[in-house]
Design a protein around this ligand. Structure first.
Ligand code: SF4
Length: 337
């Protein structure tokens, strides 16, 4: 397979390499902490670290993709480019599995992962093993990072109009291991590639990513309006979040059909709505976790709303004019859509 060099957008800087290693080391610390100090570790992870990730995605999901420890593990074994390259159909199935994984794992926080360190430790270790194994089967990052990573749909949703331009630090030379939709390669065009031909009509929501985007705001509201409970509360948690998710899907479907809204308008609005809802609910808890007053919680709410609005305006403008990010994306080599 011929490698494509991404000279302008790729970097193997020592800084990013070090950051990726730090990510790996912190994961080891996390696993150790979950084993020996689960209560403290769960508090730091869920209340202080994870709530910052959506903001990182808003700035640019490439920050996370460059340091994600699971990506590092997937890259370690998948570095050989002569392994199997999945077809677009296989990739799409992977995207669907990733979305299903997200829909299973996030609600499971309520009755399992928020309070059970062992369960979280085993799950992280299992997903890490999966990333390693998929690297042994599929070329480079096509088996995990660009297929069934549960965070991938979120990265793509916010990667359509990142606030800062940040290059990939993983692939100095692209061998097109993924037939379409690679964020590292296609940047802002990744979303359009992932939607496929469905994006040319109002049927965009029938694609896995379209379905995900339509369901996401309701999913977020459903999560934050559910409460932690014992394992036996699992059906109630899934039922509650599932109802919000279905309500979101039905509402978006009705509005899209009624007004003929295309993906370029709908997906930014859905991404912005989900993020605004996320910080509306979580800002007071984040302030509390960092030992800040309720005033800071209110400030955080306003600040994240402002950042989301900036992103939304950018994303809508980009969808209308194709600038500046898609012009940049057109200027770089991309995989087939
Ligand atoms: S398609 Fe993406 S992950 Fe695969 S080699 Fe190219 S830039 Fe890297």
């Amino acid at each position: 397979m011929t490698a494509r060099t991404l000279p302008t957008y790729s970097t193997h800087s020592p800084l990013w390499r070090s950051a990726a290693l730090v990510g790996l080391a912190l994961t080891a610390v996390l696993l150790l902490g979950l084993a020996v100090r689960p209560t403290l570790t769960l508090h730091v992870l869920w209340d202080m670290v994870i709530p910052l990730l959506p903001l990182v995605f808003l700035v640019n999901p490439m920050i996370w993709r460059n340091v994600c420890p699971l990506a590092t593990l997937n890259t370690l074994t998948g570095v050989r480019a002569d392994r199997r390259v999945p077809s677009r159909g296989v990739l799409q199935s992977g995207w669907l599995v990733g979305i299903v994984l997200l829909a299973i794992l996030v609600p499971a926080r309520r009755f399992l992962f928020n309070e059970n360190g062992t369960a979280l430790l085993v799950t992280i270790a299992a997903v890490a093993a999966l990333a390693i194994m998929l690297g042994l089967v599929f070329s480079r990052r096509s088996g995990f990072c660009n297929a069934l990573c549960p965070v991938l749909p979120v990265e793509k949703l916010y990667g359509q109009a990142p606030l800062l331009r940040i290059p990939t630090a993983r692939c100095g030379e692209c061998t097109v291991c993924s037939a379409s939709g690679c964020l590292d390669l296609a940047g802002g065009k990744s979303l359009a590639q992932s939607l496929g031909p469905a994006r040319r009509s109002t049927g965009w929501f029938r694609s896995p990513l379209g379905l995900f985007a339509a369901a996401f705001p309701g999913f977020i509201v459903g999560y934050f309006t559910s409460v932690n409970g014992p394992l036996s509360s699992a059906p109630a948690v899934y039922g509650h979040i599932g109802l919000w998710t279905l309500a979101s899907l039905a509402t978006v479907l009705a509005v899209v059909m009624l007004f003929g809204i295309g993906w370029r308008v709908a997906l930014p609005i859905l991404g912005g709505t989900a993020l605004a809802a996320y910080y509306w609910f979580s800002a007071p808890a984040i302030a509390e976790a960092y030992n800040l007053s309720t005033t800071w919680g209110a400030i955080l709410r306003v600040a994240t709303l402002a950042a989301t609005a900036t992103w939304l305006v950018r994303a809508l403008r980009q969808g209308r004019t194709g600038t500046p990010a898609s012009r940049l994306a057109r200027a770089r080599p991309t995989g087939p859509s």
